[in-house]
Design a binder for this molecule. Structure first.
Ligand code: PEP
Length: 252
């Protein structure tokens, strides 16, 4: 049985006030149902300590990025080991905003995955094609290559710490979302890539991200290869985030 995960990426949004208001509400509402979802809050790194303090047992915490290195003279960077030490269980790696705005390369993504796994974090590896790549019929090739490069150095003992988030770049923060059929097709293709690499693909959770909202989450999460979501804008509203968590098909 694969882990069902809904992770809220706050990006560079939020404040101590938002942490106090949102985390408590999400925590208490999560306690009112049990569909097996693992909810994760991924705030800006400065707020990780506050979120961890208020999260309780049913809510996990992650960081949005980690360094390619373990420690040293890398001013401004935060290591995977530090995130783990501060109570995080997850990190995003290779979010399209990091790739596009900060020039993060596939090689850096692979190095960050290595740091995350070595530190005991779950690496949520983000992949996805641009609109130009989709229009040119290259979406599957682009995503497949991103996956292959990101997991190139993953050892057989670490696959259980790998999660892939398929996030078409044209769907992030735009209000446009892939149809459930298109998203399912790409998730199935990603699972095939993982199989071809010898990974235990049927045990690896694959998330969809890109303008997931309370009203489209259920259709996406009902797809056989979609095991949850990576949520941006809608994760900044407790009601919306909890509704998306509830949309994971499960025990109740
Ligand atoms: C994201 O930041 O990963 C994301 C999917 O954002 P949004 O839900 O706002 O499109």
């Amino acid at each position: 049985m694969r882990r069902k995960i809904v992770a809220g990426n706050w990006k560079m949004n939020g404040s101590k006030d938002l942490v106090s208001n949102l985390v408590g509400q999400v925590r208490s509402e999560l306690a009112s149902f049990d569909n097996g979802v693992e909810a994760v809050i991924i705030p800006p790194a400065l707020f990780v300590g506050d979120v961890v303090e208020q999260a309780g047992e049913k809510l996990a915490v992650g960081v949005q990025n980690v360094a390619c290195w373990g420690s040293g003279a890398y001013t401004g960077e935060v290591s995977a080991a530090m995130a783990k030490d501060c109570g995080c269980g997850f990190t995003l790696v290779g979010h399209s905003e990091r790739r596009q705005l900060f020039g993060e390369t596939d090689e850096q993504v692979a190095a960050k995955v290595g740091q995350a796994l070595a530190s005991g974090l779950v690496a949520v590896i983000c992949v996805g094609e641009t609109l130009e790549e989709r229009s040119a019929g290259k979406a599957e090739d682009v995503v497949s290559l991103q996956v292959r490069k990101a997991v190139a150095d993953v050892g057989s003992e670490s696959w259980q710490q790998v999660v892939i988030a398929y996030e078409p770049v044209w769907a992030i923060g735009t209000g446009k979302t892939a149809t459930a059929d298109d998203a399912q097709a790409m998730h199935a293709a990603i699972r095939d890539v993982l199989k071809s690499l010898g990974a235990p693909a049927d045990e690896i959770s694959l998330l969809y991200g890109g303008s997931v909202k309370a009203d489209n989450a259920a259709a996406l999460f009902a797809q056989p290869d979609i095991d949850g979501g990576l949520i941006g804008g809608a994760s900044l509203d407790a009601n919306d985030f909890v509704s998306i968590c509830r949309a994971v098909p499960g025990k109740s």
